[in-house]
Design a binder for this molecule. Structure first.
Ligand code: COA
Length: 445
């Protein structure tokens, strides 16, 4: 059977950054540690005035194509996942193709283009679509370009404002991939939920606390469903577990939940029994509240054990390093977490080829999905080619006044004009409006 998976990735971060403990917290009159320790965030990325979901997507895709020496003929499919679309009909992928056609001789006239929507899980769903297309033999030897791009902005004053972010992740899906091979084993946890939505509005309506609970409930269902096809998971089975990361504090909760689930009826649970007891079993309780309280107590105790903390430090924490510096990229978030994990392996000289990742995606509304991936032989060269740290460090550091202006310039209901904080170079930029209200783009040399 032909291996299909992610051959290469590129990220494009919004070119501005907001220091959360240093600039945001004092304005909100809050303790900086709420951000660094509680939410787990140091900074958020923001788009400059000439950036948007199209420029970030096109710039990530352009870098990817250049690095891999591709031309439009090599791409048979362009799927964009976003929850920040500005058009209910024309997909972002057509704009992206239009941008790329400005710099390449060929065109994408024979590539299938689309746009996927299901909150933050749409990036993973687009990966699935590409995988299925190749597995079905419909790709004619061509690759799929999957791009997750978002400007995750909240209304000023919303609790979610602390978790904003903006960026794009471009992924090349091919046969015989260099980075990770996907598998057919997947699990879903899906239900009609009202935790986060944008009913024809730019900024989301969010029930933040509820969204945290829904994330965990659906993720647990997805893990159980995954195990029904892949067999019981064990914590030592996976080199890393990248989760959807709206903010690292969310993943702290997801990691603990996954660990508790995976150690049930294993030697790890037995070994920990002397220290914290065994996990409460539902059948031993008459009353659901008492059972849930016992589970909470067990989780609190589990969190404090050295066994758990070591596992977390090796398997989960490395997935969060980029997220801490960029905030939430919605559809791109879980894919940033995968890159972050592999970057950790690369920087620490780990031999990851053949290792497994368990990837946990989530989209509000709500659906979680879990699947396993296998790291491929070429992963090291792919990671070597990335310059993520340099890109993050070169962002312009926003003052509070800058931040207010930038938030306004990206607010679709306001018409403000400001000076860009950075100078574009070899990248696509927003270039004003066309006669039918379309957004126009050009390549800035
Ligand atoms: N030092 C250390 N930790 C602190 C702290 C301090 N000074 N102050 C607060 N914290 C901790 C809190 O205990 C909490 O951690 P916990 O959940 O593990 O208990 C965390 O920081 C966040 O604090 P909280 O008061 O809950 O923040 P908030 O009321 O501003 O809202 C969200 C947090 C997540 C609800 C909000 O950011 C939001 O709505 N985000 C958008 C929706 C989202 O991303 N949902 C996730 C699922 S997709």
């Amino acid at each position: 059977m032909t291996a299909v998976g992610i051959d290469a990735v590129e990220i494009w971060t919004g070119k501005l950054s907001l220091d959360l403990p240093g600039t945001f917290a004092p304005q909100k009159g809050e303790d900086p540690e709420k951000y660094t320790k509680g939410l787990g965030l140091n900074a958020s990325s923001f788009p400059d005035s000439y950036e948007d979901i199209v420029t970030m997507a096109a710039n990530a895709a352009y870098r990817l194509m250049e690095r891999k020496g591709l031309t439009p003929d090599d791409i048979g499919r362009i799927d964009v996942a976003t929850e920040s679309a500005f058009d209910n009909s024309k997909p972002v992928s057509t704009y992206v193709a239009g941008c790329l056609e400005q710099v390449y001789d060929g065109d994408f006239h024979h590539a299938n283009k689309g746009e996927r929507k299901f909150a933050c899980i749409a990036g993973t769903q687009s990966l699935d679509d590409a995988y299925n297309w190749i597995k079905a033999g419909r790709n004619r030897g061509r690759a799929a370009l999957v791009i997750a791009t978002d400007t995750a902005l909240y209304a000023r004053g919303d609790a979610g404002e602390a978790t904003q972010g903006a960026g794009a992740v471009a992924m090349l899906i091919t046969e015989e991939p260099s980075l990770v091979e996907l598998s057919t084993e997947q699990g879903y946890g899906s239900a009609d939920e009202t935790d986060f939505l944008k009913p024809n509005q730019q900024f989301p309506s969010v029930d933040g606390k509820r969204s945290v609970q829904v994330y965990l409930a659906r993720m647990r269902e997805a893990l159980e469903d995954f195990e029904s096809v892949a067999g019981a998971s064990h914590p030592d089975q996976y080199a890393y577990i990248p989760f959807h990361t709206p903010f690292p504090g969310m993943v702290r909760k997801a990691g603990l939940l996954a660990y508790r689930h995976m150690i049930r009826d294993t030697a790890i649970e037995d070994d920990l029994a002397d220290e914290i007891g065994r996990q409460p079993r539902e059948e031993a309780f008459d009353d659901a509240d008492a059972y849930h309280e016992a589970v909470r107590e067990y989780m609190d105790a589990l969190k404090g054990t050295e066994t758990y903390q070591e596992w977390y430090a090796e398997t989960i924490d490395p997935t969060l390093t980029i997220s801490r510096e960029v905030g939430n990229w919605y559809t791109g978030s879980v894919h940033v977490a995968r890159i972050s994990a592999l970057k950790h392996g690369y920087e620490n000289g780990l031999d990851l080829a053949g290792s497994k990742l368990l990837v946990g995606s989530y989209g509000s509304g709500a659906q979680a999905e879990g699947h396993a991936e296998t790291v491929c032989e070429g992963w090291h060269e792919e990671l070597e080619a990335l310059d993520i740290d340099a890109r993050l460090e070169s962002r312009y550091d926003l003052t509070w006044e800058d931040y207010e202006e930038i938030h306004d310039v990206h607010n679709h209901d306001l018409d403000v004009d400001i000076d860009a904080r950075t100078t574009p170079e070899d990248e696509f930029v927003f270039d004003g409006w066309g006669r039918m209200g379309e957004r126009k783009y050009r390549f800035a040399e």
